[in-house]
Design a protein around this ligand. Structure first.
Ligand code: GLY
Ligand code: MN
Ligand code: MN
Length: 461
């Protein structure tokens, strides 16, 4: 474990909260599934970012003087026989580089003392149900001692504001982990494409869950702990359901399959979507629509670089898609007008109803403000042409090297009046993960191809 890295992050937090501040960072609770079974455990991302410690029942305290105290599960041979190894407080300072460690059982009695004589208490707001009330209880116990000269913190501040800014720009260690996660996920996609074509060639009954199993197999085989989110494996018309999950629909030759899946590796997510012909051959209409989505992704990639805005890739995507929808006859020029009208009136929205990307990091939809912090005061208003709602806009974030975002345009065609039948039920999305660089961006997910000819060649192999 790279202790220096986590110690440096904790030191940054200490500087941000000031000498009289104190920061409280719990990890995630274990969640019961039913009776004696829990859901697979996943640590809290903020906690892991500051400790590299993945055990449950842990709580980190950072004080403004730069000291870190960890509360963790005590050694307990009997429990360890059932649940596994615990680091324990005696080993924690050496293992994790914290200045002190105690049993989690001492948290309740220790917290009021730690909070005494601090100016402000910082913790992640609205992340841990019940934490606000617990902090209130601890502060009440400090208040009971003010007659004896104790000072009680007068301010509560959201630690997310500090940590989100830190997490938004990924350091070299994070970028390296994300590259490895992306490579594993790409291999999973390659295998799922090849399995689909192979099983159909062999005349077998292919289901969405077969492809899901292939992804999971590759993820785990390569050491990933779990998928970063519920995998979408959508055959045929299911691709038009944006939050579809892998079920048991047959995968049929002649139809497209959309897979949106990525693994989590050592706390970091990857997020890839590929859409491919189940049997490895695009039909004419499928290829035409696919080429359009790909061209819109190319435009978004070209718009992703340090100094550009977070919204720039989305706007580039929307322009290419809008023009293409007119050219392919999915939008009728006589009814919707020019490409500028399509954009102005959001007529593309019937086929493209999500944004082109999001931050990616420890969480698949990672933390970090999408508004440029220095420009939050610059509010403009516009009326949404579709809902009529008045929407307040602020200038979107200026991209910096080390920020990581997805680039994921798509088109989803449901049958509707005036929509050519050859495009009905086609759902296409292409999603890659990009690290922003000074000159552009590094696509870390391209070990799985996106060009139609390359996909076809891969599936024939
Ligand atoms: N897989 C979630 C997303 O693409 O945003
Ligand atoms: Mn995504
Ligand atoms: Mn995705």
């Amino acid at each position: 474990m790279n202790n220096t890295l986590y110690a440096e992050r904790r030191a940054r937090v200490a500087r941000a909260i000031g000498p009289d501040g104190i920061a409280l960072v719990p990890t995630a609770p274990e969640r019961p599934r039913n009776r004696d079974s829990d859901f697979p455990y996943r640590h809290d991302s903020y906690f892991f970012y500051l400790t590299g410690f993945a055990e449950p029942n842990a709580f980190l305290v950072i004080t403004g003087d730069g000291r870190s105290t960890l509360f963790c599960a005590p050694k307990d041979l009997e429990r360890e026989i059932w649940d596994g190894y615990r680091l324990g407080p005696a080993a924690a300072p050496d293992a994790l580089g914290v200045q002190a460690a105690h049993s989690i059982d001492e948290l309740e009695s220790a917290l009021p003392q730690l909070l005494e004589n601090r100016e402000a208490v910082w913790y992640p707001f609205a992340i841990h149900p019940g934490l606000e009330a617990r902090v209130g209880g601890w502060l009440n116990r400090v208040r009971a001692r003010v007659r004896f000269g104790a000072l009680c913190p007068e301010r509560q501040d959201d630690l997310c504001a500090v940590l989100d800014e830190m997490r938004l720009v990924k350091d070299a260690h994070e970028q390296d982990t994300m590259r490895r996660a992306a490579q594993i996920s790409a291999r999973g996609h390659v295998r799922a494409m090849q399995l689909s074509a192979r099983m159909l060639r062999e005349g077998r009954d292919v289901r969405e869950y077969h492809l899901d199993a292939e992804l999971l197999h590759e993820f785990r085989l390569a050491g990933s702990q779990f998928p970063a989110y519920g995998s979408i494996v959508a055959a045929g018309a299911n691709a038009c359901v944006l939050h579809y999950r892998a079920a048991d629909t047959p995968v049929r030759a002649g139809e497209l399959v959309l897979i949106d899946a990525g693994c989590e590796l050592d706390g970091y997510a990857s997020d890839i979507t590929r859409t491919f012909p189940a049997d490895g051959r695009f039909s004419g209409p499928q290829r035409a629509l696919y080429e359009l989505v790909l061209a819109s992704q190319d435009a978004a990639v070209a718009a992703t670089r340090a100094g550009a805005r977070f919204n720039d890739p989305h706007e580039a995507t929307v322009r290419v898609l809008s023009q293409g929808l007119l050219d392919l006859g999915l939008l009728d020029r006589d009814r919707v007008g020019s490409v500028d009208d399509v954009i102005e009136q959001r007529a593309y929205f019937a086929f493209y109803m999500h944004r082109t990307g999001h931050w990616l990091g420890m969480d698949v939809h990672d933390c970090g403000s999408y508004v440029e912090p220095s420009e939050v005061g610059q509010v403009s208003e516009r009326r949404d042409p579709l809902s009529g709602e008045v929407i307040k806009n602020r200038p979107s974030r200026i991209l910096r090297p080390g920020m990581v975002l997805t680039i994921e345009p798509g088109l989803y065609v449901r049958p509707a009046e005036g929509v050519p039948e050859r495009f009905h039920h086609l759902g296409i999305r292409i999603e890659d993960d990009a690290i922003v660089t000074e000159a552009g961006c590094e696509l870390i997910t391209r070990d799985v191809p996106v060009r139609p000819d390359e996909i076809e060649a891969l599936m024939r192999a």
